[in-house]
Design a protein around this ligand. Structure first.
Ligand SMILES: [Zn+2]
Length: 432
């Protein structure tokens, strides 16, 4: 437990400092003044008259950045609000999150972007960077006014949840997004192939008697968007890649120099389709949990740099929505509060990737993809940091969850690695 009362100027000493850019973890001390990092020295302690926070036993890294989240406000405040969502994000070690546009009203007007930003400012738990919709009302027909949306604070464009079916509309979107230096984040799924689907199409879906979504639904959608990114030269970011075939398409596109990046979620890296034997509706996600073979391909793609970063796709749904027959339950699971612990347990503690790389996939890389501030250890930058203990064992209990929704299949699971809290502009936000 860290006991700390906020100070204007102070040193954090004793921690192992993770520098994801340099790929190093070493003893270090960090000076914070007026909310900014003003000095970093590579020694365990310093001689100083300033107040000192002794973080011995903890690791200190740039705050995590999540570029795919659903905060649900405005419109679905019964599931999550900007306040509860950012509190959950901070508890999970995030200091910046990117919020998707599928709110009600949809974030297709500057006023909605401004509203989300003002809510985040008032909550003060985590920075929020809103995404604006590519098309009016997420309908895939009419483009929005990107200039005004960007001016209001939108950092990217996405109709996440929907795939834009009309290729001419998508081509135009890429052209205009390019003029405005905005990346399009695409939810790649052919909706005709996934209609009425409940899980991955496979032996498991046949055995369970559930209609499946074939991997081809993702591959077809990725292939078209890569072709359009190549045609227009505009940046494409592929959300929640879930298939081996998708990885192969991205690999080939990157080899050709097409401006494409990709993310993968903690659940697609760790949970597989056979778990649906339980018919737990909290395992129903979009795209669906895939096969063990897909999971291996996704892990390898991260290691090889084909998939650039990790993003949670934190998707809150309240209990009343999820406690219905499997086919009637909405898709999505929450992810902020378990992302680091789950990945540290499944990927780092088991030796699949190194801790410094897990941190890199959650800091430098997501920041680079959307050109966001933060993600690195930098002098004169806001002191957005996370303190964690990668060896602490803990078990997730429902009452610990800060998100307004509790839709996670991980309740009762034990993890190795716990976030102690974050500093947001030098202000301590404990996870206790
Ligand atoms: Zn999506």
């Amino acid at each position: 437990m860290i006991e700390w009362k906020d100070k204007r100027d102070f040193w954090i000493i004793g921690a192992k400092v993770v520098d994801p850019e340099a790929g190093k973890v070493r003893a270090g001390s960090i000076l914070i003044q007026k909310g900014l990092v003003t000095d970093i020295v590579w020694q365990k302690s310093v001689e100083t008259d300033l107040p000192v926070l002794d973080a011995s036993g903890y690791y200190l890294s740039p705050g995590f950045i999540d570029i795919h989240t659903h905060l649900r406000e405005p419109g679905y405040e019964e599931k999550e609000t900007v306040e509860t969502g950012t509190a959950a994000a901070a508890a999970g070690g995030f200091t910046s999150v990117v919020s998707m546009a599928n709110t009600d009203p949809v974030a297709d007007e500057p006023s909605v972007i401004e509203f989300i930003l003002s809510r985040a400012e008032a909550a003060g738990k985590c920075r929020v960077y809103p995404v604006a919709a590519v098309t009016k009302g997420l309908k895939g027909e009419q483009l929005n006014e990107y200039y005004f949306l960007k001016k209001a604070g939108a950092v990217a464009l996405s109709d996440d949840g929907n795939y834009i079916l009309n290729s001419q509309v998508m081509r135009n979107a890429f052209e205009y997004a390019g003029y405005h230096d905005l990346t399009i984040i695409s939810h790649c799924e052919d909706p005709f192939l996934t209609e009425y689907s409940l899980m991955n199409e496979s032996f498991s879906s046949t055995r369970l008697g559930m209609r499946g979504a074939p991997a081809a639904s993702e591959e077809i959608a990725i292939a078209r968007d890569i072709a359009l990114a190549q045609l227009t030269g505009s940046r494409l970011h592929i959300a929640h890649v879930s298939t081996q075939g998708g990885v192969e398409l991205i690999k080939a596109a990157k080899k050709k120099g097409i401006p494409v990046t990709a993310e993968v979620t903690p659940h697609h890296l760790t949970l597989d389709e056979t778990m649906l034997d339980s018919y737990d509706s909290n395992l129903k996600v979009n795209p669906p949990l895939r096969s063990k073979k897909d999971i291996s391909a996704l892990r390898q793609a991260l290691k090889d740099g084909i998939i650039d970063c990790i993003a949670t796709d934190h998707a809150p749904h309240n209990e009343i929505d999820k406690q219905v027959e499997f086919d009637r339950a909405p898709s999505g699971m929450i992810g902020f509060e378990t992302a680091f612990a789950q990945l540290n347990t499944e990927l780092v503690a088991s030796g699949v990737i190194e801790l410094v790389n897990l941190v890199r996939f959650m800091t430098v890389e997501p920041a680079r993809i959307l050109g966001l501030p933060g993600g690195k250890l930098e002098k004169e930058a806001p002191a957005d940091l996370v303190l964690f203990d990668p060896f602490e064992e803990w078990t997730l209990k429902k009452r610990m969850i800060r998100s307004k929704s509790k839709n996670t299949p991980l309740i009762g699971k034990s993890f190795t690695g716990k976030v102690a809290g974050t500093f947001l502009g030098g202000r301590w936000i404990p996870n206790d």
